[in-house]
Design a protein around this ligand. Structure first.
Ligand SMILES: C[S@@+](CC[C@H](N)C(=O)[O-])C[C@H]1O[C@@H](n2cnc3c(N)ncnc32)[C@H](O)[C@@H]1O
Length: 218
């Protein structure tokens, strides 16, 4: 990828999105796009190379469910150090700050997602510590770990689940938001909450299921 100035990445995120409200969390404002193709083409033009889908321009059902969960039950994050792994547009991270977390770390590998999280945190006037390193396999003592909609690829899902099991075993509160995607290991999980998210078919083929929040079985 051509080296992009951070300001130009932010500029693109602002150009291809509109400030709006997503399903389930009307108290948050987010920069979102109605469909993925236009933002995807724009990132490839800007980067001068093939890019992954612009997952950051949509608030996914799993992230929305986690956001609603912490806003309705702040005890899970209040006064806690929270990790929002694979934060996308940052919706769960922003909700965790609003719900009283003492520190919230949002991780992403996509430079456009990092800019989107920063844009959305600023819009909602919250401080999120955005990180671009891959934390899979690490343990930095987070009290609560939020994981929204990442069980869409076999290898990623396997790695994430093995890591979450270790965090859970040492006492971290792990919550997974997911509508039941292909690689979600439901046999290792129990559902703790169900939310009816308004489907956005232009983004998501899973439109027939509610979003659920899961935790690891004891
Ligand atoms: C479907 S999106 C979900 C985003 C957000 N959690 C939500 O629910 O709206 C999945 C995200 O995972 C990110 N991702 C994949 N592997 C990652 C990793 N190892 N570390 C951080 N982010 C990762 C992708 O860049 C993508 O933005």
């Amino acid at each position: 990828m051509r080296r992009l100035h951070n300001g130009r990445v932010h500029e693109l995120v602002r150009q291809v999105t509109k400030v709006g409200v997503a399903s389930l969390v009307p108290e948050l404002v987010l920069r979102l796009a109605p469909e993925p193709i236009a933002p995807w083409e724009a990132t490839e033009r800007k980067a001068g190379s093939i890019q992954g889908p612009p997952f950051w321009a949509h608030a996914w059902p799993g992230g929305l469910a986690l956001a609603r969960l912490v806003l309705d039950g702040p005890g899970l994050v209040k006064g806690k150090r929270v990790l929002d792994f694979a934060s996308g547009c940052g919706v769960s991270a922003i909700a965790a700050v609003k719900a009283g977390a003492s520190e919230v770390f949002a991780t992403e590998l996509d430079v456009f997602a990092i800019a989107a999280i920063e844009e959305n945190a600023a819009l909602n006037q919250v401080a999120v510590q955005v990180r671009s390193d891959d934390v899979i396999g690490r343990d930095e003592g987070w009290d609560t770990v939020l994981v929204g909609d990442v069980f869409y690829q076999a290898e990623l899902s396997r790695q994430v689940m093995a890591w979450l099991q270790k965090l859970h075993a040492r006492g971290a509160e792990v919550r997974i938001g997911d509508p039941g995607r292909s690689f979600l290991p439901m046999d290792l999980l129990e559902c703790v909450a169900t939310f009816a998210v308004v489907p956005v078919p232009a983004w998501d083929s899973v439109v027939d299921r509610p979003a659920r929040v899961w935790r690891l079985r004891r």
